[in-house]
Write a protein that binds this ligand. Structure first.
Ligand code: BG6
Length: 494
């Protein structure tokens, strides 16, 4: 669809950015916080730094919120650390933990920035893992519900937008990467049992939010990577559809309709998988009516047919002149992901595809007719300060400009979208590449090497905040409610 004007964004559109507690806060042993499983996981990603310090937002939150306000933010999406709020199995709520988040929320509200809060972003407390063996035990449902209720009770007077579980789909699809498969002996089957427990946790959060938070709205946060078919061969189309099902659609269907699709039920039946659904579970899922879908979308993937005797697992792409260390999975008989020769790739081999966000929004709207908010999107790169201490990130400006334009086109296409919160405001810890893979509008003056060499002694590190060029560009766009692109966009639409 071609429009003879630049896209328009609705009045009151949320312009902000996004983060997650374990990736931005640091202060892991302060304020009574106890370790989370992801802390241990981050220590395995050597030579990169772990999350001990990250961006040290724990000590810099006031300065960070002041910078958000300077940029013109009207929203900020962040997560709460469960083990900062409930540090141990006695379920005692930490006053210091609550105080940290109360201060942060108050600072945001005072600066007219709407908080959008994720309840769970990969950081299961170690005590929960030790008590229940991670997500395996249904007892975690009650523990999670208790934690959510503590959050709603303490923050619900000021926080009206809630997100349940970040990228449940990616946690299942990439179980090892985020540590969810820890302790599993038969992941092929157990992933669906864990997934079912996560769905029940999500449902409890949705119901409690509606009961406890006046005017509260809540939604899930799928990681959504559109899958394009590699060719127009019919079997590649089906391969791409399969990939879409097995990486995202199965999850979105359950959130939106409160039931499992025939597609996944048949898959379980044909593969002798028992997801261990108990009486009452499906009624609970059905009762959890979400208000919106929060979308994390950075890129697209390309899918194709995978014969049933294809070699399973990941393979390495280095054909076609592409940088070549990204691993794409092959699932025999179902789908394979592959290279897209029509897009460029980032330093970290992610597809640079601004149209993916328009595709994602159109797809989700067409299937579910629920409002959408973008809670992650962004450009990860190696970055350094120049001799004058500045960071020039034209590539990020290009990416954000083209992506936000495409988001605007999705709005013109009729999709209801109420905000854009790219990853991330400041640089922060990547899931696997420490501080080396930077996404921020604001540079954090630290490196993995420095943090490791200083033995995580904060007093030896600068941790200064430096506005990147993208910060200034985004600020102008926000203040014009998406009209000042910083360049002539006529001719952008083809
Ligand atoms: C999202 C996650 O999928 O991708 C974030 O919700 C993550 O936690 C982001 O940081 C970027 O991924 P990475 O691996 O580059 O940090």
């Amino acid at each position: 669809m071609y429009y003879d004007h630049n896209p328009k964004f609705p009045e009151g559109f949320f312009w902000g950015a996004s983060s997650a507690a374990w990736q931005v806060e640091g202060g892991v042993a302060e304020g009574g916080r106890t370790p989370a499983i992801i802390d241990l996981n981050s220590k395995k990603k050597k030579p990169f730094a772990d999350n001990t310090i990250a961006a040290d937002h724990y000590h810099h939150y006031k300065e960070d919120v002041a910078l958000m306000a300077e940029c013109g933010f009207t929203s900020y999406r962040f997560s709460l650390s469960w083990s900062r709020i409930i540090p141990g199995p006695d379920r005692k709520v930490s006053e210091e933990g609550l105080a940290f988040y109360n201060n942060l929320i108050n600072e945001l509200v005072a600066n007219h920035i709407t908080p959008i809060v994720t309840l769970y972003h990969y950081d299961m407390p170690l005590w929960v893992d030790e008590k229940y063996g991670g997500w395996h035990d249904r007892a975690i449902i009650d523990e999670f519900e208790y934690y959510c209720k503590v959050c709603f009770e303490n923050f619900g007077d000021r926080v009206k937008y809630w997100l349940s579980i970040n990228e449940q789909n990616m946690q299942i699809v990439y179980g090892d990467w985020l540590g969810v498969s820890k302790g599993c002996t038969n992941w092929f089957v157990e992933q669906w049992q864990i997934n079912h427990i996560m769905n029940l946790c999500h449902a409890k959060a949705v119901i409690a939010c509606h009961e406890m938070v006046e005017g509260g709205k809540i939604g899930p946060v799928p990681g959504y990577v559109p899958i394009y078919p590699e060719t127009c061969r019919p079997e590649d189309q089906i391969g791409a559809m399969n990939a879409e099902e097995f990486t995202e659609k199965i999850w979105c269907d359950t959130y939106a309709y409160g039931e499992y699709s025939n597609f996944v039920k048949n898959y379980w039946k044909n593969n002798n998988i028992d997801p261990k659904i108990q009486p009452g579970d499906m009624e609970l899922l059905k009762a959890a009516k979400i208000d919106f879908i929060a979308v994390n979308c950075y890129r697209s993937n390309t899918g194709k047919f995978a014969p049933k005797d294809a070699e399973a697992g990941a393979y390495i792409l280095n054909a076609s002149g592409i940088k070549g260390n990204l691993k794409f999975p092959t699932v025999p008989g179902i789908y394979a992901l592959t290279v897209n020769p029509y897009v460029e790739y980032t330093d970290w081999d992610w597809e640079i595809d601004p149209s993916s966000i328009r595709y994602a929004c159109r797809y989700l709207w067409d299937h579910y007719h629920l409002p959408l908010v973008i809670t992650e999107n962004g450009f990860g790169a190696h970055e350094q300060k120049d001799a004058e201490g500045k960071v020039h990130d034209d590539y990020r400006i290009n990416f954000l400009r083209n992506t936000i334009y495409q988001l605007g086109l999705a709005i013109e296409d009729g999709v209801e979208i109420f905000g854009y919160n790219p990853w991330s405001f400041t640089d922060l810890l990547s899931t696997g590449n420490g501080m080396a893979k930077r996404y921020g509008l604001v540079y954090i003056d630290t490196t993995d090497e420095e943090q490791v060499a200083a033995d995580y002694d904060l007093s030896k590190l600068s941790m200064g905040r430096i506005r990147k060029d993208s910060f200034y560009w985004y600020s102008k766009l926000i203040r014009s409610n998406g009209q000042d692109w910083g360049t002539d966009m006529s001719g952008y639409q083809k």
